[in-house]
Write a protein that binds this ligand. Structure first.
Ligand SMILES: [Zn+2]
Length: 236
């Protein structure tokens, strides 16, 4: 398994929900910001339908604040929310256009996405939002570089990213995150209200177990803790 290329300066992580990045991949983000890279987050929803018993109007702002704090822990200062409805995201032309515009605004060489397959892990269905966002975002990388597909976003000039690295069941590449594991644990712990609603287990134990599981050693990659990615090359 190869190392993810790191000869880039700007990265953009595109996900559906607050907390998606923090379930492991934030360890890779922390590694990259430590190298001096500029990494930014775009979240398609605010995760407002994510806490049972808490109305979306309350949960949305709360989860945005938790995401911004989680980003800060791993050195990310730009976090954008596109305001799509949590749980009801569709793989639409509108979403592709909005993501293409985001890619043009942020001009990333590396785009990081999450599993958009039908299953999350074998035996567990992936969420509709994850499927829609990942697939639309992969298309939006090409759309962002084409001046004709979405003429309505011509105010930002076409931009071609070089790679997409997708966190998911297929790993062709990996990065060593042994040094940044604790930062990733602290980042996930910022989702306090959300995690407390999910489990009565003490927060600290819960988050460490989750991050350690997500960053286990990868076959053929020499690191105690690693995040694996399927790497797509766009040639930009
Ligand atoms: Zn999610």
């Amino acid at each position: 398994m190869d190392q993810v290329p790191e000869d880039w300066q700007r990265g953009l992580v595109i996900v559906a929900h607050p907390d998606d990045i923090e379930y492991g991949a934030a360890a890779a983000v922390a590694r990259w910001t430590r190298q001096g890279k500029d990494v930014r987050y775009v979240l398609v929803t605010s995760g407002e339908a994510g806490i049972a018993g808490v109305r979306p109007a309350i949960a949305g702002p709360l989860r945005e604040a938790e995401e911004i704090a989680a980003a800060e822990v791993v050195g990310v200062r730009e976090v954008e929310f596109l305001g799509y409805p949590d749980g009801r995201v569709q793989e639409s032309l509108e979403l592709r256009r909005d993501l293409a515009a985001a890619i043009r605004r942020h001009q990333p060489e590396m785009v990081v996405l999450f599993n958009f397959g039908d299953t999350w892990v074998p035996g567990y269905a992936n969420s509709a939002d994850h499927r829609a966002v990942g697939r639309a975002a992969l298309d939006a990388i090409s759309d962002a570089g084409n001046e004709w597909i979405f003429p309505e976003i011509a105010e930002w000039k076409p931009w071609s990213a070089r790679w997409a690295a997708v966190v998911g069941p297929v790993a062709t590449h990996a990065v060593d995150v042994t040094e940044t594991l604790d930062q990733a644990v602290a980042s996930l712990a910022e989702h306090r209200r959300y995690l407390e609603a999910l489990s009565s287990e003490p927060l600290a134990d819960q988050v460490r177990a989750v991050v350690e599981r997500a960053t286990g050693p990868k076959d053929g990659f020499p690191a105690a803790h690693a995040v694996g990615f399927e790497l797509f090359y766009f040639g930009g």
